[in-house]
Design a protein around this ligand. Structure first.
Ligand code: TYD
Ligand code: MG
Length: 455
């Protein structure tokens, strides 16, 4: 049957397909995200009936498997986030806001691997920057003499042909939104282009067994731009995040077929590139001032690593009819829940108070274990009474005001003791855990009792 070219309308945010144009995507609710794309079709069914499929051979679950040796980058934080080194043949998507340091990080990875004595070939292909710009960055990072192979192009066909002939260990594509396959009739960055380019590159990575890094732009909402399908196609999705005004950068694994998710790597952006942070807790607490109300140290866990952070709250008389709630680095719905629990179970009233909450250092926390620390920071600010400065807090708060157990309490306390903290507020279920002699404990079962203790 003759091939026919038809048009379809594709949402550039979520990848939903419509037969007609419409202003709003029904699937993701985004406005003005639907654009026209051409597709090649041969009749209704895409199957060629003359050619039969061959039979699949099934095997047992047990049997010999190919063992893969992970490629160490020489940057410990990257190895940790990737689950102990990069797996050959895997595809890794790195997303993050513009200017956060994705290109810097990837150039450092390429240089780190190329510097090793094993003669590994590293390719850095930039579709966004000219050769000179990347060279200037390499000089700044002090890696200009490493044997990284650099090119500036957006033509995926050329890239595929070149890589097919070479023997690469790592290939970096910066970024997938700039890449272009002439066989696909839509502009670079569109859903079809991104999908087709990623598909071809990933296929080659699997075939030749190299590690493929794809840089992905993020949308205003913080998701990787282009189809969600991109996240399904790759093996690992890493987000590089941080606040503009801060030097800290967090590399977070949100999907990893070869390791744990929620593992983080901590970096500091300096004038000579990204430096690894060996002891993040000390860094996040560095600027803490003791003896101020509204400040409280939360003993958290990020991935497999304990991390102490300062939670700051400010409660002030509101000048608005609807009081303001502003949250940086935490879930605002969770703050609303905690304020509601404090009102309903402990008799506080926040209806005429503005509440501001900030996680110091620009870190984003998603653990419910921070509930108790947030509640303490809010109460401390409201009553203008500082908490003991040698104290850490963790515990989840339930709607009836009960304080629930959290994961790995002993690990949290060990980190706190290491940094010189000597007392802790912990959930009452903690009694079963082995205790450290150097710390004193306040085991608390519900918020009401906590307030009594504090006042
Ligand atoms: P870049 O890697 O270009 O970000 P992305 O690729 O995510 O858009 O990082 C650019 C920012 O990092 C820029 O604002 C300058 C800063 N920077 C440093 O502070 N120190 C350095 O050594 C380098 C290379 C960049
Ligand atoms: Mg860049």
């Amino acid at each position: 049957m003759a091939k026919k070219s038809t048009v379809q309308y594709v949402c550039q945010t979520c990848g939903a397909v419509y037969p007609k144009w419409q202003g709003k995507c029904d699937s993701c609710g985004e406005w003005n995200s639907i654009t026209e794309e051409k597709v090649e079709q041969s009749g209704f069914s895409v199957l060629n009936t003359k050619k039969k499929g061959s039979l699949i051979e099934f095997v047992d679950l047990s049997g010999s498997t190919q063992s893969y040796e992970r490629l160490k980058t020489g940057i410990k934080e990257i190895d940790r986030v990737s689950g102990g080194g990069l797996v050959p043949g895997s595809a890794i998507l790195v997303g993050g806001d513009p200017g956060i340091g994705k290109s810097t990080l990837l150039l450092q990875i390429a240089a780190g691997v190329a510097q090793k004595k094993d003669n590994l070939e590293c390719f850095y292909i930039s579709g966004e920057e000219a050769i000179d710009q990347v060279r200037i960055r390499a000089q700044r990072l002090g890696v200009a003499s490493t044997p990284v192979k650099l090119a500036s192009t957006t033509e995926v066909k050329d890239i595929l042909a070149t890589l097919e002939k070479a023997n690469p260990s790592i290939v970096i594509i910066d970024s997938i939104q700039t890449m272009y396959l002439e066989d696909v009739e839509s502009t670079p960055g569109s859903v079809s282009q991104v999908r087709a380019c990623a598909y071809e590159l990933i296929k080659l990575a699997k075939k030749k067994g190299f590690v493929l890094f794809l840089v992905g732009h993020v949308t205003k909402q913080g998701a990787i731009a282009g189809p969600r399908i991109l996240e399904h196609m790759v093996d690992t999705v890493l987000y590089f995040e941080g606040e503009r005004g801060h030097h800290f950068r967090i590399l977070r694994a949100v999907k990893n077929r070869y390791g744990a998710t929620d593992e983080i790597g901590v970096f500091e952006m300096q004038d000579k590139g990204l430096e690894q942070v060996e002891n993040p807790s000390a860094l996040f607490l560095a600027e803490r001032q003791g003896n101020v109300s509204g400040s409280c140290v939360f003993a958290g866990i990020e991935g497999s690593r304990p991390l102490l952070v300062e939670i700051q709250a400010l409660v002030s008389q509101s000048g608005y009819s609807a009081p303001k709630r502003a949250v940086v680095g935490w879930d605002s719905n969770r703050l609303a829940m905690i304020l509601a629990v404090l009102e309903a179970r402990c008799g506080y009233n926040f209806s005429s108070q503005d509440v501001y909450l900030n996680i110091a250092g620009g870190l984003k926390i998603s653990e419910p274990a921070a509930d108790l620390a947030v509640a303490m920071a809010v109460i401390s600010s409201l009553s203008n009474k500082p908490l003991p400065s040698d104290m850490v807090i963790f515990g989840e708060i339930g709607l009836s005001g009960e304080i629930r157990a959290v994961t790995q309490p002993a690990l949290r306390l060990k980190e706190a003791a290491k940094l010189g903290f000597s007392s802790a507020i912990v959930p009452s279920s903690f009694g079963k855990e082995k205790k450290l002699d150097t710390m004193s404990y306040y085991e608390i079962g519900n918020v009401h009792r906590l307030i009594n203790w504090f006042n």
